[in-house]
Design a protein around this ligand. Structure first.
Ligand SMILES: Cc1ncc(C[n+]2csc(CCOP(=O)(O)OP(=O)(O)O)c2C)c(N)n1
Ligand SMILES: [Mg+2]
Length: 434
């Protein structure tokens, strides 16, 4: 006989009441932070399989962390990409530029020059170092936090700022949210605000490249939170089924605005382990180690280019700042997290590595930082001549209907005519200058 005390008051039987688990982040504002439970692999300890390895023979790499830079600031183990000092300095220069650019644009938003900006502080290596391992004409399908790719590919800063200001120099004519760049010449697919849509698009592009017998591969970047979207899983299925020449990069920066990574599944397993269920090669990388980021992307690029299959890479990193200029992280996470993050800062680590191998010093670093800041400042001034937010309309009104369709469909023609008419009624003398 069941003890009457065990009786479920809801159902009247003695089966236990069902319950859900709701994830809770490790710390909330004001809480002390302890990352002791985060497993950090020894730099140099991970094996580097051949690029043609079968996914099932390299499962461990989806659960540990590929790391190259040690606490001694030296490079260790088989994943050391052995880059020459000049390339390392170029990489550091791009990362320093991203940081300077982020600082200035963030300030620009606070000064009312643009409506919106997103920094990538702490994640610079995952875009700069990773994209440097690709060919410049490999097609990239980024999310909104990979400004480092454009900077590494030499996209002019002024084009970025014109887009952020939605001014008359903006090649996208103010029709995209600030920071949602697009550049065909730089093989940089238009950024979409609809999370994870870029992932099946990257796989589709890679499939098309293979169908055409081309040699260019595709790579996409997606936040860990966005992997909860169905699109990401469709991308993985198509990638594995057709052995598409594509790299799926997941940036696990621990947060998706105010939702921590647990809501996308991080309490149960790693994001790299998603690869295993699809039969994809999976790598998990210290995202604050620029050399490891480069090496993993290079491994995956070689694999894709040799028709050996797609790779899913998780970069384990930390979003050091707010999600965007519209966010205030002090409302939902402990400010101490940033300081306690056990994998350090990617720019400092690369700088310290160059110093440790006798190829850099603090004076040159200071000069580099100053040069980046001055270049961004001068380019900002230049871009401001094309206009800033709130200083009138920078693009002719009717351009909002153009350029999407080769031939304007009838319903847009009607809307354009109606909008023009309404403006003529409202402002018979023309729109007043603001
Ligand atoms: C389909 C869709 N759902 C929700 C949003 C709103 N949204 C914008 S960014 C974001 C968080 C994404 O987090 P993550 O994927 O981890 O990327 P991160 O911002 O950390 O780089 C959300 C929920 C959106 N833009 N698109
Ligand atoms: Mg995130």
């Amino acid at each position: 006989m069941a003890d009457p005390a065990d009786t479920n008051p809801n159902t009247g039987d003695n089966r236990p009441a069902l319950a859900l688990h709701v994830p809770e982040p490790r710390s909330r504002p004001g809480d002390p932070v302890n990352f002791a439970d985060v497993e950090i692999s020894e730099p140099g300890a991970q094996p580097r399989p051949d690029e043609s390895a079968k996914p099932e023979d390299m499962k461990d790499l989806a659960y540990s962390l590929i790391r190259v830079l040690g606490d001694d600031n030296k490079a260790h183990g088989p994943w050391d990409p052995k880059l020459d000092p000049e390339t390392l300095r170029t990489m550091l220069g791009h990362m320093a530029m991203v940081r300077a650019f982020d600082e200035r644009m963030f300030r620009g938003q606070r000064q009312g020059k643009t409506s919106f900006y997103m920094k990538c502080t702490g994640e610079e290596a995952t875009s700069v170092a990773a994209s440097m391992a690709l060919a410049s004409d490999d097609m990239v399908f980024p999310s909104y936090r990979q400004q480092g790719i454009l900077i590494a590919r030499g996209y002019p800063l002024i084009e970025m700022i014109n887009q952020i200001y939605s001014n008359k120099g903006d090649k996208l004519k103010g029709r995209q949210l600030p920071i949602m760049y697009s550049s065909r010449e730089h093989s940089f697919f238009s950024i979409s605000g609809n999370l994870a849509t870029q992932t099946p698009q990257a796989v589709g592009w890679a499939m098309a490249s293979a169908i055409k017998g081309d040699s260019r591969i595709a790579a996409t970047w997606v936040g860990e939170g966005s992997t909860a979207e169905g699109d990401f899983h469709s991308a993985c299925t198509f990638a594995t089924v057709y052995n598409a020449p594509v790299i799926l990069n997941i940036i696990n920066n621990q947060w998706a605005i105010s939702s921590f990574s647990g809501f996308a599944g991080a309490e149960r397993t790693t994001f790299a382990a998603r690869a295993l269920g699809y039969g994809l090669a999976g790598l998990r990388v210290d995202g604050n180690d620029a050399l490891a980021c480069f090496a993993a992307q290079q491994w995956a690029a070689n694999r894709a280019r040799a028709n050996q299959g797609p790779t899913l890479i998780e970069y384990f990193t930390y979003r050091a700042e707010g999600h965007s200029t519209s966010d205030d992280p002090s409302g939902y996470r402990s400010a101490q997290e940033r300081e306690e993050w056990p994998l350090g800062d990617p720019v400092m680590r690369l700088k310290n590595h160059l110093i440790a191998i006798g190829e850099w010093d603090e004076d040159r670093q200071q000069a580099m930082d100053l040069k980046c800041a001055e270049e961004v400042k001068a380019t900002t001034k230049e871009a401001e001549k094309n206009g800033i937010l709130g200083h009138g309309m920078h693009q002719p009104f009717n351009t909002m209907f153009e350029d999407v369709f080769e031939e304007l469909p009838w319903h847009l023609k009607e809307q354009a005519a109606q909008a023009t008419h309404e403006r003529e009624v409202k402002w018979p003398e023309g729109r007043p200058k603001s």
